[in-house]
Design a protein around this ligand. Structure first.
Ligand code: ADE
Ligand code: ZN
Length: 340
């Protein structure tokens, strides 16, 4: 391990952009397919991994929805969530904010209560046993109608106390944020924080729409904002947090090479960028892998890495007291780990 890898490993950090269903490792997928008698098009985990070659977001989404079809019981959702928490604990994540796609389950006949009991059970255990705090964000599938999204939101209200925010994910192109303006207004009235994927494949106009019409509190991806200087200035002025996902961007060909990734340019423009894994089981890396890969590709400095970790706490939906405790922990780590 290099000095820099050691520094990254110990750095206290938060993950703000991770789809739980995207942490379904092929081994668990194959085991759950067997356990539940669900047919999947892979005979083995290796065969599944070999199929994970994508040229755009939709290629991935097709496999992602098929993959999640093996999740049926409360225990399945518990196993999925526990496996992620145990993995990210080794990367020294001390706080995680997780997306989940209820429509991807209820439309297959899996009741929301099953999903929520499994996920929250594992999250509570992760807090107790691993000391990882958490928030949950309910994502609305943008390739479906706003009406279906509104129904999903209303159906989740019995779990309101466990859900901090509402997000927007799935196929971006052709499904602009404005399609969900009423849904996001309703989410705001209900007291949910609001986030949306925008500017991953979609144009800067989608990012502006997410700000103006969805009134987002955080921007997921946001890469293509950099094409519009006035938008960059606006995001900087707002100190809007961008949840950036380097290995995802590479695997989905948002960038050709990691060396071309805009993360440093975002930091240099004064944007509050963070590093995240998006769908680690599909994109070949968890939170620490993303930090290590982007550090190497861009030769990020320790100061830049520390800024990324600090941004992950500042941009989180923790309480102010929790944020202060996390940032104090980061500062203690930095004080003890000055370069020789
Ligand atoms: N990167 C991504 N973009 C849009 N929707 C997603 N759902 C899971 N991962 C996603
Ligand atoms: Zn995502």
């Amino acid at each position: 391990m290099t000095d820099m890898d050691g520094f990254i490993a110990g750095l206290p950090k938060a993950e703000l952009h991770m789809h739980l269903e995207g942490s379904l490792e092929p081994e668990l997928m194959v085991a759950l397919a067997r356990r539940n008698g669900v047919e999947i098009p892979y005979a083995s985990a290796e065969q599944a991994r070999r199929a994970y070659a994508f040229t755009q977001l939709q290629d991935f989404l097709d496999l992602y929805y098929r993959g999640m079809s093996v999740l049926k019981t409360e225990q399945d959702f518990r196993d999925l969530t526990s496996a992620y928490l145990e993995r990210v604990a080794r990367d020294n994540a001390i706080h995680v904010e997780l997306f989940f796609d209820p429509q991807g389950h209820t439309e297959r006949g899996v009741p929301l209560d099953v999903v929520m009991r499994g996920i929250t059970g594992a999250l509570d255990e992760g807090q107790r046993k691993l000391g990882i705090s958490h928030r949950l964000i309910l994502c609305i599938l943008r390739h479906l109608s706003e009406k279906e999204g509104l129904e999903a939101l209303e159906a989740a209200l019995p779990w309101r106390h466990r859900i901090v925010g509402v997000g927007l994910d799935s196929s971006e192109k052709g499904h602009p944020p404005a399609k969900f303006e009423r849904l996001f207004r309703r989410a705001g009235e209900l007291g949910f924080l609001r986030v949306a994927h925008a500017g991953e494949e979609g144009p800067p106009a989608y990012v502006r729409e997410a700000l103006d019409r969805l009134r987002i509190d955080r921007l997921d991806h946001g890469n293509r904002s950099l094409e519009d200087p006035a938008l960059v200035e606006r995001l900087r002025h707002l100190q809007m947090t961008l949840t950036v996902c380097p290995l995802s961007n590479l695997k989905l060909k948002v960038v050709e090479r990691l060396e071309d990734h805009p993360l440093r340019r975002m930091l240099q423009a004064g944007l509050r960028a963070t590093v995240n894994s998006d769908d680690p089981a599909y994109f070949g890396g968890y939170l620490g892998d993303n930090y290590r890969a982007i550090q190497k590709a861009l030769s990020l400095t320790r100061d830049e890495l520390a800024t990324l970790a600090r941004n992950s706490f500042l941009g989180s939906f923790m309480t102010e007291a929790e944020k202060k405790a996390a940032i104090d922990r980061l500062d203690r780590y930095l004080a003890l780990n000055q370069p020789a």
